[in-house]
Design a protein around this ligand. Structure first.
Ligand code: PEP
Ligand code: MG
Length: 575
């Protein structure tokens, strides 16, 4: 048994064999061969083995992910059976008398370059990626290495990876993937946020899990305390299963609050909302009784497709969420691409510091046509319910004014075209410290604020949110962070606008009494945190909160001081 500590990223406990999602080393050395026939035969065997792999994966993917997702494997089979491609590799072995690995590498690169160059035929261009995949598979067979196939997982596993990109996470099949553990990442990394929305237990930032565990070894993923256990004993397995069941029982208890309003013990009403990434997340929104959607991260719409989503595709997605909420508010944020969120089809220059680079509104304002398409889709969707449009990463009033001007221009165009547009609100995220400091000025020009603590904390503390070595600097209670939050809330209220929070701190059960004390109006979080916070809220009497916020920002000196302050405050309710 080996215990490895990491960061608790998503609640729950999973016990299952490990599935390593780690790319093998496919490097090789070129060499000349004397027995050309034997080398061609070796290559043909790699082709046949790859073919039988792909057929198997295709069948499993069809059952677990559906027909459409499995179609990509038909393309792979076609390439493997195409004599023009595989024949060219055999010919290369024969003509150049080189090993199969070198011939495969050379030939596939030539084909990939050729397909990528077909700029007037996007379909053929996309085949380059298939050739790359298939070549990788053949190379793995030649080198006797095992490739990972997440789509082929057909039994319960805990996925182990160095890191998981948001699109990796989106591809995990919840039926079999019971949890995941990574080497890197922090609580607010996007893989962790996705895990919470998928309700998958997750531990991130273990640093070493990919080398501590082998494929198939039994593994506990304790997302409640941030611990991974390799090769647990039978007693430990029983203990963890019991702990997991206790968590599920607690969840069932919270479930009773699903249709109740979010009120304090003395009857003060607040809004508890959900963060979503795609319209598919709406089931979780309803199951957990959210009173609004407080953040729809639209970038996932861009990340999940192979080209920019059209205005109509976006309109349908936004409309479905707005209609789904049946008149309750829906805050839709314009795309926040950049940072750790990339699009395969949009090549952007490499940046030294992507989180300090051209991301979110900065990227939108530099690419107005793409931005306008999104705004038009949003404006059209506004006719179907209560839409709040929100701009991410605003740092200056000029950026806000420019974004609003583009929005107004598109609105006027749509109106003159006779398109129906509803009432909507325009707001901004407060996630750049400069915006928090200047919240009093910003408040005069928007209808609402939503505080993005994930970024606000990383920028205030100058600590990359995805770097597990710096996770100790993710300090939501740091008095400096709390001063920025309080200033933002006070400025909003002075200007008569509402203020919410959609960063992960809003769903942190220990943090939220301070936010309540500061008068935050709306709390938006992973849907799975909603009922827990609603249950905590019911315990609190707002009269008891007097002085708490003041102490937190004026008397406390450290994050730890404030953690203790809240723990002491809450202890009176647990008696
Ligand atoms: C935030 O920064 O707190 C936020 C909600 O935005 P994201 O996590 O998508 O950057
Ligand atoms: Mg952010």
């Amino acid at each position: 048994m080996k215990k490895i500590n990491g960061i608790a990223a998503s609640d729950g406990i999973a016990v299952a064999p490990a599935y390593l999602l780690v790319e093998p080393d496919l490097s090789f050395t070129e060499s000349s061969v004397s027995d050309v026939e034997a080398e061609v035969a070796r290559f043909k065997k790699a082709v046949a083995d790859s073919q039988s792999d792909v057929e198997k994966i295709k069948e499993i993917a069809k059952k677990s992910l559906g027909e459409e997702e499995a179609q990509v494997f038909d393309a792979h089979l076609m390439i493997l059976m195409d004599p023009e491609f595989t024949g060219a590799i055999s010919t290369e072995i024969e003509n150049s008398k080189i090993n199969a690995e070198a011939a495969l590498d050379k030939t596939s690169k030539t084909f990939i370059t050729m397909f990528e160059g077909m700029t007037d035929n996007p379909y053929m261009q996309e085949r380059a990626a298939d050739i790359r995949d298939v070549s990788k598979r053949m190379m793995a067979h030649l080198l006797n290495k095992e490739l990972t196939n997440p789509a082929a997982i057909d039994h319960e596993v805990v996925v182990v990876a160095h890191d998981l990109t948001p699109s990796d996470t989106a591809q995990l099949n919840k039926k079999y993937v019971k949890g995941f553990i990574t080497d890197i990442g922090g609580r607010t990394a996007h893989s962790a946020i996705m895990a919470r929305s998928l309700e998958l237990p997750a531990v991130v930032g273990t640093e070493t899990i990919t080398s501590d565990v082998k494929n198939g070894q039994m593994l506990v993923c304790d997302g409640l305390s941030g611990v991974a256990v390799v090769d647990p004993t039978d007693d430990e397995i029983a203990d963890y299963k019991k702990k997991g069941q206790a968590f599920l029982d607690q969840k069932a208890e919270w479930q009773k609050l699903k249709n109740e309003p979010s009120v304090t013990a003395d009857g003060k009403k607040f809004i508890i909302a959900a963060n979503i990434g795609t319209p598919d997340d709406m089931a979780g929104v309803h199951d957990n009784g959210a009173e609004a959607v407080g953040l729809y991260r639209t970038e996932f719409l861009y990340m999940d497709s192979s080209d920019f989503p059209t205005e109509d595709q976006q309109f349908e997605a936004y409309k479905s969420v707005i209609e789904g909420m049946d008149g309750k508010p829906v805050v839709i944020r314009t795309m926040d691409i950049g940072g750790d969120k990339h699009l395969d089809y949009w090549e952007l220059p490499d940046e030294m510091n992507p989180f300090l680079g051209i991301r979110a509104i900065r990227l939108s304002l530099k690419n107005k046509e793409i931005f306008k398409t999104q705004l038009r889709a949003l404006l059209r969707a506004s006719a179907y319910g209560k839409l709040c449009i929100m701009f991410p990463m605003i740092g200056t009033l000029e950026e806000l004014r420019q974004a609003k001007a583009v929005l107004n221009e598109e609105k006027e165009k749509l109106v003159s075209e006779g398109t129906k547009i509803g009432d909507y609100e325009v707001g901004m995220m407060i996630e750049v410290p400069a915006a928090a400091m200047l919240a009093d000025q910003f408040a005069k020009e928007v209808d609402f604020f939503s505080i993005g603590t994930n970024d606000l904390i990383q920028y205030t503390m100058a600590a990359d949110r995805g770097n597990d070595g710096l996770s100790y600097l993710y300090q939501p209670y740091h008095p400096a962070v709390l001063r920025l939050i309080k200033h933002t809330i006070d400025s909003a209220h002075k200007a008569g606008i509402w203020v919410g929070m959609c960063g992960e701190a809003a769903g942190d059960a220990t943090m939220f009494p301070i936010l309540l004390a500061m008068g935050l109006d709306e709390y938006s979080m992973s849907a799975t945190s909603i009922l827990r916070i609603r249950s905590e809220m019911k315990k609190i009497n707002t009269a008891d909160l007097a002085g708490l916020a003041d102490k937190a920002i004026n008397e406390s000196q450290t994050n730890a001081d404030n953690e203790k302050l809240v723990a002491d405050f809450m202890s009176k309710y647990s008696k």
